[in-house]
Design a protein around this ligand. Structure first.
Ligand code: PLP
Length: 385
């Protein structure tokens, strides 16, 4: 049987097709020379290196973040880990916020030190103390990793001050999973590379796990080599689902921004809620930073009830609408009691370290649920006024 490939018939398809091929052929030896050796004309080669469906998503991600270049990964963690692996070496010193996502912290505390990376963990609860400490370390540190807003308290960082403190040559990476554009444009504020768990708002349907890196071309190229080599790539169907979702991102963010603010305002006015963490409320400790950096505050609201862990669990159990599940940005409303879920392995000292109380609840509004229903559900579940 001879090689056979039918020409594409439906080139007028409104959506570009999804490419599932594991490899891409060259027409003849000269094509290998121009397409592979010289790269003077576009040519696919092998599915771990490139895929037209990813390339389409990555173009859209450039537009979304105002980035020179973007890479798609198999998960948010793969995006983080591959980036750090590419940019750090045995003598590197890095800074990371103590309040970063638990698994990112694990990468810095448990994995990277095995390869000689020295990690300085600093709390961001006091934003000026964070910048001051950073300025003291500036001469030694080659990379600063930020996360903003942080979970569960939605703490923010004065990114411009961070850039001023470390100077132009230190690489700043930022995990913006809780505030993608249009809420926050990290690259406009001196950040070199922005990372996202695309599992969250970017995909927004709770149906894929994926990660994204966007930013400076020279740095992205260094990371690309590590992605190509180690293979933390997303499959084409995942790329297709993310591409579909990016069209509705601004609409979904507008909706959850309104939901989040309504739920946070309701909770703050409730006499049995002791503390609400929502950057859109003036009571948030970093509200001033929020006014400067954020155009919206998202659909995740964290609150404390001033109860024991068991009493708090009983309140969460009474909720009828949210699924008890870890995620946000999905169509469904999700709830997690922080010390039962994300931080269940932490002891009291560990919880004190990151400032998480045992009555902390994180509610992620789902954009398919009317906010009045979410509030009515909270009203029946919370202790009587
Ligand atoms: N960063 C943040 C802030 C997250 O919340 C998560 C996941 O929960 C990640 C990164 C990791 O992303 P993924 O679950 O897509 O690997």
């Amino acid at each position: 049987m001879t090689r056979e490939r039918a020409p594409d018939a439906y080139v007028n398809s409104v959506l570009p097709p999804v490419y599932y091929s594991a490899s891409y052929y060259f027409d003849h030896a000269e094509h290998v020379r121009t397409g592979l050796h010289e790269k003077s004309e576009p040519a696919g080669r092998y599915g771990r290196y490139s895929n037209p469906t990813w390339l389409d998503v990555e173009r859209r991600l450039n537009e979304l973040s105002g980035a020179e270049s973007s890479l798609l990964f198999s998960s948010g963690m793969a995006a983080h880990f591959t980036t750090f692996l590419a940019l750090l070496s045995a003598d590197s010193e890095v800074v990371l916020p103590a309040e970063s996502y638990r698994q990112v912290r694990n990468v810095f505390k448990e994995i990277l030190p095995k390869f000689g990376v020295r990690v300085h963990e600093i709390s961001i609860r006091d934003p000026s103390a964070f910048v001051q400490r950073l300025a003291q370390l500036a001469d030694r540190v080659g990379l600063v990793h930020l996360e903003m807003p942080s979970s569960p308290h939605m703490y923010l960082i004065d990114v411009e001050q961070v850039r001023a403190a470390v100077g132009p040559d230190t690489v700043i990476t930022l995990d913006g999973s809780f505030a993608p554009p249009p809420n926050f444009h990290a690259l406009r504020w001196g950040v070199d590379l922005v990372l996202f768990s695309a599992t969250k708002y970017l995909s927004g349907h709770g149906d894929i796990v994926a990660g994204v890196l966007s930013g400076r071309q020279d740095l992205v190229e260094r990371v690309r080599w590590y992605r190509d080599t180690t293979g933390a790539v997303a499959d084409p169907h995942t790329a297709f689902l993310l591409r579909r979702s990016l069209d509705t991102l601004p609409l979904r963010m507008e909706r959850v921004n309104a939901q989040g603010l309504a739920v946070a305002s309701y909770l703050e006015a409730h006499p049995r809620v002791s503390q609400v963490y929502y950057t859109g409320l003036p009571s948030h400790p970093h509200h001033k930073l929020a006014e400067h950096y954020l155009a919206g505050h998202g659909g995740v609201v964290t609150f404390e009830l001033g109860l024991t862990e068991q009493e708090t669990a009983a309140v969460v159990d009474r909720l009828q609408i949210p699924y008890m599940a870890s995620n946000f940005g999905a169509p469904q409303t999700l709830v997690e009691q922080s010390t039962f879920f994300t931080y269940f392995e932490y002891d009291d000292a560990g919880l004190r370290d990151i400032g998480v109380d045992r009555s902390t609840v994180r509610l992620a509004c789902g954009y398919t649920v009317d906010v009045e229903h979410i509030i009515a559900d909270l009203e029946q579940a919370l202790p009587r006024r």
